[in-house]
Design a binder for this molecule. Structure first.
Ligand SMILES: [Zn+2]
Length: 361
């Protein structure tokens, strides 16, 4: 098939969204789309282009003082009777319209049409965000081509419905274990009931008052919740073990270590085992390109409560945020769609930001 990303399509982010949606790219099947993207980027004389697997990187090298990353994943979740795209009034329906080919369209449109941005820009179109993190294109780049990620600020064009969502919360899971002694329930006084002992664990959880933390104007709400409980041996046995699995979502002013210490304090006296942990990311909105970006958007940022690839940039010390035209509530839904107006607004905002930076240079 001839490359559908023609010059006429590249200048219009709405047409470009449709063209991207109409090339199927379910995770692990991004090659065709990555080939098309690479081909059009190589035709732009102001970009140098490289590729790792099905992740394509293009960058300007204008010697600007600051460099920003615009990044988006090329893959989608499996299609669900929503391919190819259709247009109804001012909505484009189809798999990946919201998450996140409308965002990818903004980045690709800018890459093709903005030869002299005020910042140097690194564009990253990466594979396999929707599946296990060992396949994640950004993770693979961080491993094999870390120099591609060096920047002062990064924008991930994930669906946020045109709102700036900054930073992200960290997450960890622990198993809180209570021990007892088995006995026949007919002679229960000879045993110690571990499930009863878990009552104290649950009481501490229900008494717990999670913090609300505001950083750079973004409000994060922490949470400490039992997510699973197991215990019991048989219908006539006093149980000798009970395990309560607890998930903590923590604001990005705590490190993973500090969050774990906090959980230890909450469950003082209990046996605790860490099973999973991922750091949060500070919003980082004080960096100059971030402040100028917020001015271009003209709205207050909101906190990202879930975990996103923003944290991969934060781990490298690069402030990053999410901003995209799609509605996150429609991501992965069979009636996934995007508003054409949101795509146009997003393109105008990004142009305003990068053009303003141009003037201040
Ligand atoms: Zn996504």
């Amino acid at each position: 098939m001839a490359n559908p990303l023609t010059p006429d399509v590249l200048v219009d982010p709405v047409e470009l969204t449709r063209a991207l949606v109409d090339v199927q790219s379910v995770s692990r099947n991004e090659k065709e789309l990555a080939d098309y993207v690479e081909e059009v980027l190589r035709e732009a004389p102001h970009l140098s282009v490289d590729r790792l697997g099905n992740t394509v990187m293009a960058r300007t090298d204008l010697g600007r003082e600051q460099r920003v990353v615009l990044a988006g994943h090329l893959d989608t979740v499996p299609i669900n009777n929503n391919f190819p795209s259709t247009v109804v009034d001012d909505l484009i329906y189809g798999c990946g319209t919201s998450d996140m080919k409308s965002g990818v369209a903004l980045a690709l449109h800018l890459a093709a049409t903005l030869p002299e941005p005020g910042y140097d820009i690194t564009y990253l179109f990466y594979e396999a965000e929707e599946i296990e993190s060992k396949y994640n294109g950004l993770a693979l780049v961080a491993e094999a081509r870390p120099e591609w990620l060096i920047a002062d600020f990064a924008v991930l064009l994930e669906p946020t419905y045109g709102v700036v969502e900054a930073g992200c919360q960290g997450t960890l899971r622990v198993q809180v274990r209570t021990a007892g002694r088995r006995a026949h329930t007919a002679r229960a006084w000879r045993g110690i009931n571990a499930i009863h002992a878990a009552g104290e664990v649950l009481r501490r959880l229900s008494d717990y008052r999670p913090r609300t933390v505001t950083i750079d104007g973004c409000t994060y709400r922490e949470g400490l919740n039992a997510v699973r409980i197991s215990g019991g041996v048989a219908g006539n046995v006093v149980p000798d073990e009970c395990v309560v699995e607890v998930n903590m979502r923590f604001a990005p002013d705590r490190t993973e270590k500090q969050a774990l210490e906090h959980v230890h304090e909450v469950f003082e006296g209990f046996d605790l085992e860490l099973t999973d942990s991922a750091p949060g990311a500070l919003p980082g909105l004080t960096a100059a390109p971030a402040r100028e970006f917020l001015a271009a958007v003209g709205a207050e940022p909101a906190a990202k409560l879930g975990w996103t690839d923003v944290a991969r940039f934060a781990a490298l010390g690069i402030p990053a945020l999410n901003y995209g035209p799609g509605d996150p509530l429609l991501a992965h839904a069979p009636d996934e769609h995007v508003e054409i107006g949101k795509i146009r607004d997003g393109a105008a905002t990004l142009h305003r930001w990068l053009a303003a930076a141009d003037l201040s240079d």
